[in-house]
Design a protein around this ligand. Structure first.
Ligand code: CP
Length: 310
């Protein structure tokens, strides 16, 4: 495995998280710093994406590199039966970095085992989405002025939601208090609650999305119920609209509260929230560009500060 690969948020220490946030801040001020001259990056998306793929590709383009890849596996030879192993080994012949999203949990880790080219996991099934977590952490740090001692409420699909799994793991360094709001079918899996216990992370579980929970929060992190993760569509129909944030529910929220969502949203945030200054999800998605520029440089072993001195 190339040690610059990013498969899980677990690959990044507290110090490195803080350093990456500083680098994201640098890129927000200098988004067009041309430091990837001669570098080619592959984006291999076996699952649909808007933000992750386009922000990674924009990041490479703004840094002066080139992008190859596919946004639909049906247009690649995997549709002819080529294995993931063969696809990764082939693409490694052409590029300096592979950014991949796959519907199977563990696919990115497997890819690191068949190539020396660095891999960035852009989402593997219901498992991990570490680059989303870096942009979430950057967004939280920007809006709250810190990462430590925050109360974060996670709402919606906590079972299959890879973004909440990665965020929970990353926050272990920063003494958070979590509220988990989900129905029985989509509650936070046992392994992540065990993780909280092991790291002394405080959490409570709720079925009601109450104003009491909202008013106690610094961050309200809403997630979509993901139809694509259900094998039984009737189960999805039963739970898809259980939780919707409406503007009126924010009336007594803390001044510093920000509403985050990895997007895309369906019905879980009413459109009447969009103009509330507490709504931060579109800015959050923009922060993805800067956080991903920092992650691309990490993966390629490029120190932006040294490059800036030249
Ligand atoms: N947040 C996120 O992963 O969005 P996309 O699925 O559009 O990439």
């Amino acid at each position: 495995m190339n040690s610059n690969s990013l498969v899980s948020i677990d690959n990044i220490s507290r110090e490195e998280i803080l350093d990456l946030i500083e680098r994201a801040r640098y890129f927000e001020e200098h988004p067009n710093h041309k430091i990837l001259d001669g570098k080619v990056v592959a984006t291999l998306f076996f699952e649909p994406s808007t933000r992750t793929r386009l922000s990674f590709e924009t990041a490479v383009n703004r840094l002066g590199g080139r992008v190859i890849g596919f946004s639909d596996a049906a247009t690649s030879s995997s549709s002819k039966g080529e294995t993931l192993k063969d696809t990764i080994k082939m693409v490694s012949n052409y590029v300096d970095l592979i950014i991949m999203r796959h519907y199977l949990e563990g696919a990115a880790r497997y890819a690191t085992e068949v190539t020396d080219t660095p891999i960035i996991n852009a989402g593997d099934g219901a498992n991990q989405h570490p680059s989303q977590t870096m942009l979430d952490l950057y967004s939280i740090s920007k809006t709250q002025g810190r990462l430590d001692d925050l109360t974060i409420t996670l709402v919606g699909d906590l079972k299959y939601g890879r973004t909440v799994h990665s965020l929970l793991m990353a926050m272990r360094y920063f003494n958070p208090t979590f509220h988990f709001v989900a129905c029985d079918e989509l509650k936070m899996p046992h392994e992540y609650k065990e993780f909280c216990k092991n790291y002394g992370i405080k959490y409570t579980e709720h079925k009601d999305f109450s104003t009491e929970v909202i008013n106690a929060s610094d961050i309200l992190y809403i997630t979509r119920v993901q139809r694509e993760r259900f094998t039984d569509i009737m189960e999805y129909e039963k739970v898809k609209n259980l939780y919707t944030l409406r503007n009126s529910m924010l009336a007594e929220a803390k001044d510093n509260l920000k509403v985050l969502h990895p997007l895309p949203r369906v019905n879980e945030i009413d459109r009447d929230v969009d103009d509330n200054p507490k709504a931060y999800y579109f800015e959050q998605a923009r922060n993805g560009l800067y956080a991903r520029q920092a992650l691309i440089c990490r993966a390629l072993g490029i120190d932006i500060y040294k490059e800036a001195e030249k």
